[in-house]
Ligand binder design. Sequence first.
Ligand code: GDP
Length: 191
Amino acid sequence: MSRFGGARFLVSAAAPAQFPADIGAEVAFAGRSNAGKSSAINAIVQRQGLARTSKTPGRTRLLNFFELAPARRLVDLPGYGYANVPEAERRAWLPLLEALRARASLTGVFLIVDARRGLAEGDQALLDWAAQVPQVHVLLSKADKLNRGEAAAALRATSATLAGRGSTQLFSALKGTGLREAQDTLERYLG
Ligand code: GDP
């Protein structure tokens, strides 16, 4: 039985006016495109197909809200780092991000980072954006692709870069590595 058994899609917001009411608590999931964000969401919420990777330009600026429990939400942010997204579209979601971080209900951010790649430029920008968000957790995804030594090194490097700003862990949607820890953290952020 899933701990987030009641998870359901709420809305794809193209403008702040479409956001759900700012009540309760919500956690944003962010990451470079292809980092494994959709796979992580589906694994954590234990609902295959709940989050879908949208690689279609034009849909890359939508914020997808899911309700995990009454007044407890997950917000799936557009993946960043697409080479072929027009500048105008890239800029279009900045006001959405500004509006999101102004919400009292945004208690935390999950940042999904490919463990082989580590924190990169777009991730740093995301962390800057999240500077006022109370809690940040970095999932080092696709950990199954690293051997033990590489995984430990990735964890150390990310912890050092975060320098106390957030927590981090190894994660594999494929193997279930770190799933429990990620679910516990999400539950804690949602209060
Ligand atoms: P998104 O663009 O960040 O939402 O990424 P996706 O969840 O769509 O994943 C991108 C690619 O990485 C897909 O080919 C997935 O099958 C693969 N992937 C995601 N999670 C894992 C994982 O834990 N292990 C491995 N080996 N591959 C993964």
